[in-house]
Write a protein that binds this ligand. Structure first.
Ligand SMILES: [Zn+2]
Length: 336
């Protein structure tokens, strides 16, 4: 069952790999966020999620597959919010609830500018209901999806109108930051975060998360701009003998490793910090949904054989994550 689900998801991931995408974290990032978050859960919940950890990991990229391969028109706006579309002080004017925001701006405007924060809250409510009904399929599907959108919210360019540096001559920065940097330097990240904690006010937490993420936009863009202004094109990009910039399989400009390293170093840990924030928050949101559902006992949702088979691997992987902040079992295809 687990293997079959993985085979289906692997197939979808391969389909995704053939499209030109900008995703929120790239496959490397999303899969590592979802998988790490499982280990931050308290014991009873962690065990159940670990029984399905391969599904939770690979499913991390499915919301992007819905967007790019199935062309689900509703999917796109769920991954971002263009905060600058609401003026210089978006956090002062944007209502936190969907109904109030709709009354103020109209649904068309909200959808055009992205619905990420409201969709996170909608998914959180749905996950809570799934826990309450002890609906295994929905719990796993919704938890994995929710963590994807939380990951997107922590990618600062998903909160920004200038989401690929298109207004500042920095096209390509989106994929550079979210896909190439984690691919190049992610092996050094410490993915261990604190045990999941209960969120008293998910609405406030969601908007605080966006505020925090959005506050990094200026540094993220400005740091690269400084480097772009001082490096030559031949040093910034991978160029062929005719001087043309090489592209990756999605059509994104390929930055040189030297440039990526200089940018990564100048960001001073921002990528790792945002990835760790995504992991922590994903675990916190999952845990909060379970608590609000009345802490249902999930042990009966898997058979005794599954629990027994996973006991040792979970113990090993949990300790590795706690002591070294590392994961095993993930091998996403490189995107660059
Ligand atoms: Zn996304």
């Amino acid at each position: 069952m687990i293997k079959r689900a993985c085979a289906v998801l692997l197939g979808l991931t391969l389909i995704l790999a053939s499209y030109n995408v900008s995703m929120g974290w790239g496959v490397w990032g999303h899969e590592h966020i979802n998988r790490s978050a499982v280990f931050a859960l308290p014991a009873p919940l962690r065990g159940f999620f670990f029984n399905h950890i391969d599904f939770i990991s690979v499913e991390a990229s499915i919301p992007d597959i819905r967007k790019y391969t199935i062309h689900d028109m509703n999917e796109g706006p769920r991954h971002y919010i263009d905060l600058e579309a609401y003026g210089d002080h978006p956090f002062d004017v944007l209502p936190h609830s969907w109904d109030a925001a709709k009354a103020k701006y109209g649904e068309k405007t909200l959808v055009k500018n992205g619905v990420l924060p409201w969709y996170i809250l909608e998914m959180q409510d749905k996950l809570t209901a799934a826990f309450r009904h002890r609906d295994k399929t929905s719990i796993l599907f919704l938890a994995a999806d929710l963590a994807h959108y939380i990951g997107d919210a922590n990618m600062p360019l998903h909160t920004a109108l200038n989401h690929d540096g298109q207004f500042t001559g920095q096209q390509g920065i989106h994929a550079l930051w979210e896909s190439y940097l984690p691919e190049l330097f992610g092996a050094s990240f410490n993915l261990h975060v604190q045990a999941a904690t209960y969120i008293d006010d998910p609405v406030k937490k969601t908007w605080d998360m966006l505020k925090e993420s959005h506050s990094l936009e200026g540094t993220l863009l400005g740091t690269e701009k400084k480097l772009l202004d001082t490096w030559t094109k031949q040093k910034i990009y991978v160029v062929d003998s005719a001087g043309n910039i090489r592209k990756n399989k999605y059509g994104n400009a390929r930055f040189s490793k030297a440039f990526a390293k200089a940018y990564y170093d100048a960001l001073n840990g921002m990528v790792e910090h945002q990835m760790r924030a995504s992991i922590q928050l994903a675990a916190d949101y999952w845990y909060t949904a379970w608590v609000n559902a009345g802490k249902p006992d999930l042990s009966g949702l898997d058979d005794r054989y599954t629990w027994r088979m996973n006991r040792k691997p979970m113990h090993y992987q949990y300790n590795l994550w706690v002591k070294k902040g590392k994961l095993v079992g993930l091998k996403p295809d490189p995107e660059f």
